[in-house]
Design a protein around this ligand. Structure first.
Ligand code: 3PG
Length: 214
């Protein structure tokens, strides 16, 4: 795993964020995630202005790892790099986007859920993949089945992960980290429930630590 893979894996959970009002919410959200012990964010291009959110989150918490999600164009990658974003997540496997991110020297985690995806990822020398949408694609059982022929990969499942199944997922050695929006829902962000976000992050970190170290 590269340094970014290691840093994300150490935290164990990655909030997947859609920020509708970056100017208002990016800085307090970044501070809440850091206060909750989860200094990492995947800021998705599902909302316009994702690059602004990335920039503002980095400014508010420079020690935090901030990357981009739902990246579907090379322009998204350029905007992420210009904003100081540190990793790229794509929903599926698009070889053009993976090659472009690698050319720009920014770590990339493409969404992969099939043997064909994993074959493609091998050709790019990737070691950590996003497994998306996790629950809907077969969940932990599929992740384990895929790991038999492809033991070289670790995955970051997202899609359907919550406090209810986080322990089960993160206990699996194939899993580098779990992504999810449960600690950064629209309700929590739009109503600026920063204390609740901090609490959910802390609970998540406790689950990760207990699963890994008992
Ligand atoms: C993602 O893009 O990673 C997912 O939409 C997050 O899934 P969740 O909302 O089910 O956590």
């Amino acid at each position: 795993m590269n340094a970014m893979d290691e840093a994300i894996s150490k935290i164990g959970v990655v909030p997947v964020i859609k920020l509708n009002h970056p100017k208002k919410d990016a800085a307090p959200l970044a501070k809440a995630l850091c206060a909750g012990g989860v200094p990492v964010a995947e800021v998705t291009f599902r909302a316009a202005g994702a690059e602004k959110a990335i920039q503002l989150m980095k400014e508010a918490c420079p020690e935090m790892i901030v990357g981009a999600g739902t990246v579907t164009t090379t322009a998204h990658i350029d905007a992420t790099v210009a904003a100081g974003g540190q990793f790229i997540v794509t929903p599926g496997f698009d070889p053009e986007l993976v090659a472009y991110a690698q050319e720009k020297n920014i770590p990339v985690y493409p969404g992969c859920t099939t043997p064909t995806d994993y074959h493609a990822a091998l050709k790019f020398g990737l070691e950590v993949l996003k497994f998306f949408p996790a629950e809907q694609s077969g969940g932990l059982a599929k992740i384990k089945a895929m790991s038999a022929p492809f033991p070289q990969f670790k995955v970051m499942p997202t899609g359907g992960i919550s406090l209810k199944n986080l322990a089960e997922y993160i206990s699996c050695p194939v899993i580098a980290a779990c992504g999810g929006s449960y600690m950064v829902t629209a309700d929590l962000i739009d109503n600026q429930k920063w204390d609740e976000i901090i609490a959910l992050c802390r609970q998540s970190r406790t689950i990760v630590e207990e699963a890994r170290h008992g």
